[in-house]
Design a protein around this ligand. Sequence first.
Ligand code: PGA
Length: 266
Amino acid sequence: MKTEIRQKFIVANWKMHTTSFEAQQLSKSIVEGIAAPDHVTVVLCPPFPYLPIVGDMLRGSRVALGAQNVYPEAEGAFTGEVSPTMLLDLDCKYVIVGHSERRHKLGESDSFINRKVVCALASGLDVILCVGETLEQRQKGQTEAVLDRQLSTGLAGVRPEVLSHLSVAYEPVWAIGNDEHHATPQQAHDTHLLIREKLSQMIGATWSGELTVYYGGSVEPGNAAAFLGQEGIDGVLIGGASLKADEFLAIVNAGILETEAEMQRT
Ligand code: PGA
C-alpha cells in the first residue's frame, strides 16, 4: 500500500530508439539532472539490448529500470523472446504490457496480454498495463466498451496479493505520437474516471483508489503539468519527449512540483 502522499510517476518508453552510446548518455543525463529524486518515481524503459547499459547507469540512483515487453513463460523454446526471469536478472523492476503498438502493429490479443500480466506479476515484476481506444472507436462511442474489455480480459485471474505491483496506463491510440490529435487534460480526466470505476467493480473501491493510473499520448514539457494536475492521474508515460534529456527532465520537474503541491495540501 502507498503512503498518504501520492508521488507522481514519470515513465520513459524509448520504444525502438537510441544506439547503445545514446542510451548510456541519455540515462546518465537523466540520473544527474533530476532535482528532487525522492519526490517522484522515475522509470526508464530502453530497448531490450540496452537494459544492461542503462541498468549500469541507474545503479545507486533512485531511477528504476523497466522493459517494454515480456514473454509469458519463465524459459523455453520461444525464439527471440525475453522472459520475466531474464528481466529480473537484469534488475528490471517494471515492465510495460499491452502497449497499443504491440496490440495494433504486432497483433497482440487481450488474452495474450492477460497471460503476460499474470506471468509477469507472479514473477515479481511491477506491471504497467496499457489500455486505450482507437480514433474510430472513440468516434463511434465505443471508448467505454473497449476499455471495459481490455481491463476485464487483461486483468482476468490477477491475484489480490499482487495488486500492489499493478498499474494501468490510459493511452488513447489516436493521441500517441500524434501532432494532429491531442487529448485534452479534461478528456484524459474523464476517461480516467471511467477506468477507476471499472477497476472499482473488478477489484473493489479501495484497490481501485490505490492503484497508480497513468496518462500517455503526446505528453511534453508544455502540457505535462496540466495532465499531472488532474485528479486521478498519478503519472505520465512518455514516448517521443523521453528521448531528449532536457524535455524529459522538464516533465520530471512537473511531477516533482505536483508531488510537492500535494505535500502542501495534506
Ligand atoms: P508519445 O508516446 O509520448 O510519443 O505519444 C507515448 C507512448 O506510446 O507510450
